[in-house]
Ligand binder design. Structure first.
Ligand code: PLP
Length: 423
């Protein structure tokens, strides 16, 4: 068969873009060669509906072992009693948890999207806001930090069935213990969505949700540095609180409900090539090298936030505990959209982002979100951060001057061109 040069040329073009640019999107990373190899392997050819040892297809002996290794490594990494590695994405992991715990119309309490939450935490444009009745908590205007008393107030008033602790654009650590106290007060199930900080949580440098939350979901491709995908975990399995029974009359375990919500509830065949890549990424994350990596991600984010503050940028909550920061650009007279577009011209990638109490639309926004997982993988250290902030500042100050933006792009290319994608 003829090689599809049209697509391979585009893949090469994207490779060059990733190699020569500064990747500051907080949810992105660069996987290792072995993760990439597994993701592009013959396992993509295999159907394996079901779970290891209980499949609906023949020939699953090999993928059974692969999937079990992924589960066992994830259990070791997060100290979890239950893991499901099959969700194709973070959104599908959340979909499955909701399906297992809720009926349409039930109330869910999530972090407001415009304050840092995720679409799947109840946004009206997402299934979670259409199928369920979403209510929200947010950050305090003066501090930019989650107001736990407000979370408690809303929970007591609205009596949600499920509370979601998790965010896509929140630079502070979360108090999962406090969330659990609130959930217990109103009899809600507590789910943490650790998609963003999962790698830092795995290595113990941020609060661990597993001892406190009933259920934890994550993506595998952000700070965890695996292939694109999702995962569901429980620190401890428990009998479902809905009274659902097995034929034997015993209450069904939550693990049984979650497994059936993933397959056959929401998905068909698992992506065994991606599950193999997840297994490899979890193996990498179990090493001391990954500990150094996550510490460096955090150091880089702190150094970057300090450099931004020194140049009079307003970081929401005035700093960061994790891998990212949200910058309110209103004092710089530029929208998030304009900043994102100008930065792309200078080969710097960030995303525009709503900031809490934003007065602009989600298509324009007043802010940008910046993160350090990807540049840390490429080998950049805390001493490099001030230079990066200088480049970003140059772009923001000269965002309408294409010649200046081109000049910044040359500096970015000189900085990044000799660094391998995976350091
Ligand atoms: N949950 C959170 C907190 C996220 O930040 C994201 C992705 O950005 C998701 C879920 C969804 O993940 P995916 O894009 O894999 O569906």
């Amino acid at each position: 068969m003829q090689r599809d040069e049209q697509i391979f040329d585009l893949i090469q073009e994207e490779h060059e873009r990733q190699l020569h640019g500064l990747e500051l999107i907080a949810s992105e990373n660069f996987v290792s060669d072995q993760v990439m190899e597994a993701a592009g392997s013959v396992l993509t050819n295999k159907y394996a509906e079901g779970y290891p040892g209980k499949r609906y297809y023949g020939g699953c002996e090999v993928v059974d072992v692969v999937e079990q290794i992924a589960i066992d490594r994830a259990k070791a990494l997060f100290n979890a009693e239950y893991v499901n590695v099959q969700p194709h994405s973070g959104s599908q992991a959340n979909t499955a948890v909701f399906a297992a715990c809720l009926k349409p119309g039930d109330t869910i309490l999530g972090f407001d999207l415009s304050h840092g939450g995720h679409l799947t935490h109840g946004s009206p444009v997402n299934f979670s806001g259409k199928l369920y009745n979403p209510v929200f908590y947010g950050v305090k205007k003066e501090t930019g930090i989650i107001d736990y008393n407000h979370v408690e107030e809303v929970a007591k008033k609205e009596r949600p069935k499920l509370i979601i602790a998790g965010a896509s654009a929140y630079s502070r650590d979360m108090d999962f213990k406090r969330f659990r106290e609130i959930a217990d007060e109103v009899g809600a199930i507590l789910m943490a969505d650790i998609s963003h900080p999962a790698g830092l949580i795995a290595k113990g440098i941020l609060n661990d949700p597993l001892p406190h939350c009933h259920i934890v979901t994550t993506t595998t491709h952000k700070t965890l540095r695996g292939p694109r995908g999702g995962m569901i975990m429980m620190g401890k399995d428990f009998e479902n609180p809905f009274g659902l029974k097995l034929k034997s009359g015993k209450l069904k375990k939550m693990s049984t409900l979650l497994n059936s919500a993933v397959f056959p509830g929401n998905q068909g065949g698992p992506l065994e090539h991606i599950i193999a890549a997840k297994a490899i990424a979890f193996g990498e994350a179990l090493t001391d090298d990954f500990m150094h990596y996550t510490l460096q991600v955090q150091k880089n984010a702190k150094a970057m936030a300090e450099a931004f503050v020194a140049k009079d940028y307003h970081i929401i909550s005035d700093g960061t505990d994790n891998h990212m920061m949200l910058i309110d650009l209103r004092n710089k007279d530029i929208s998030g959209k304009e900043a994102e577009e100008a930065l792309v011209k200078a080969d710097i990638t960030v995303n525009k982002n709503m900031v809490p109490f934003d007065d602009k639309s989600p298509f324009v926004t007043s802010g940008i979100r910046v993160g350090t997982p990807a540049i840390t993988t490429r080998g950049l250290k805390e001493n490099d951060m001030a230079a990066i902030v200088d480049l970003i500042d140059e772009v923001i100050l000269n965002h309408q001057d294409d010649d200046k933006l081109k000049a910044v792009a040359s500096k970015v290319n000189a900085m990044m061109g000799d660094k391998p994608l995976f350091a």
